[in-house]
Design a protein around this ligand. Structure first.
Ligand code: ASP
Length: 370
């Protein structure tokens, strides 16, 4: 079944441009009105309702809702997607419940080493940092790299020197270190467990947003994996693996076993698949436009007229997550599209997550099926 619809077609009363039966997307909003959209995550993993006390659940939900509300406020007020992404991620970095900023996991050597990345979809400007130990909010540093350096990716001491030059807030090791994360490292070493066995979940945080001007942005921040050593870097600060934004397709932030996300190039792969799929559907619609007596099309279909069925977007995200799973990886992604869909795809039993849209969606959830 044809699963696209054009704004043109909607405007002129469903029909004419696209061939075949049209499926109107489930939007409450007028399709011609600008829309905003935000999705956040606080990590995915083997989440078992039995293992989370009601009190802890309330804490997680409150933290997710607070992050969602902060980002939403910016979008509702006409602010930019990148500002909404930062506004949602900073409180998650500051919250010891999540593996980012304060509460980050420990390296093998017993330190907290932070990674973050951010990307904006209109100009595909991007910034990322890895291995920083003393910058309170790595996502803000990643954005400074994006806006105030000629580079995309800075590491370690150099990234910190740049942060200090730019006046970013620093913090000592005691700010980042938490007892439960230290205990996880001790347990891992004592029992020779893998990071996944010891943590059961990935606590990376991320946000993706669409603003009223039609711009997309994505941000991801993490402490990595418990017991990481030898300068290991995961997918989170890698543009294209754990984070990507392109106004022609989507904005994605990932969480999971980074090695697999890097190998699949998850975030960029989802965006590329959507972009090519959009192009094919647009060409197919164009082919149905009647020609004039000179053989020229009577109407040129433009990409901005297309609204895709949510199922198409979900299908592409799920296909890429299936590739991760086939290689042996686990985790999840959040994404938003230029049409305002805010979706998740994960192959774990849960993902701390939330989404809000101008279409009236506002929810936080933890377990699969919620
Ligand atoms: N993806 C992160 C990493 O591999 C871990 C996480 O999502 O929590 O470093």
């Amino acid at each position: 079944m044809q699963t696209t619809i054009t704004r043109f077609a909607l405007g002129l009363f469903l029909g004419l441009v696209a061939a075949g039966p049209l499926t109107a997307p489930a939007f409450a909003q007028d399709p011609n009105e600008p829309r905003w959209s935000l999705a956040i995550h606080g990590g995915a993993g083997t989440l078992d309702p039995e293992r989370i006390t009601p009190e802890l659940r309330v804490q997680y939900e409150a933290a997710l809702q607070d992050a969602l509300d902060r980002g939403t406020q910016i979008l509702k007020d006409g602010g930019s997607a990148v500002d909404a992404v930062k506004a949602a991620i900073v409180p998650l970095e500051d919250n010891p419940l999540f593996n980012a900023g304060r509460g980050a996991v420990f390296t093998w050597e017993g330190e907290n080493e932070l990674d973050a990345s951010i990307m904006v979809g209109n100009d595909r400007s991007a910034g990322a940092v890895t291995g920083v130990k003393a910058i309170k909010n790595p996502i803000l540093l990643a954005d400074k790299v994006r806006t105030e350096s000629r580079h995309v990716f800075l590491s370690g001491a150099g990234a910190e020197e740049f942060a200090v030059d730019k006046g970013l807030e620093t913090a000592g090791p005691e700010w980042f270190a938490t007892e439960h994360r230290r205990e996880a490292l001790v347990r891992m070493k004592a029992r020779q467990l893998s990071a996944i066995d010891v943590d059961h979940k990935f606590g990376t945080v991320g946000a993706v947003a669409l603003d009223l001007s039609g711009n997309l942005a994505a941000g991801t921040s993490t402490g990595g994996m418990t017991g990481k050593r030898w300068g290991r870097i995961g997918d989170s600060p890698m543009i294209g693996a754990g984070n990507y934004a392109d106004n022609r397709s989507c904005a994605v932030s990932a969480t999971g076993s980074g090695e697999y996300f890097i190998r699949v190039g998850v975030a960029k792969e989802i965006c590329s698949r959507l972009r090519h799929r959009f192009r094919k559907e647009i060409d197919a619609a164009q082919a149905t436009v009647p020609l004039d007596t000179d053989g020229n099309p009577t109407y040129i279909v433009h990409a901005s007229e297309f609204i895709f069925d949510e199922a198409i977007v979900q299908e592409e995200a799920d296909a890429v997550m299936a590739e991760v799973k086939d290689l042996g990886g686990s985790g999840g992604v959040i994404l938003v599209t230029p049409d305002g869909y805010a979706l998740y795809s994960f192959n774990t039993t849960g993902m701390y997550r939330g989404r809000a849209t101008s279409d009236g969606v506002n929810e936080v959830a933890i377990f699969a099926g919620e």
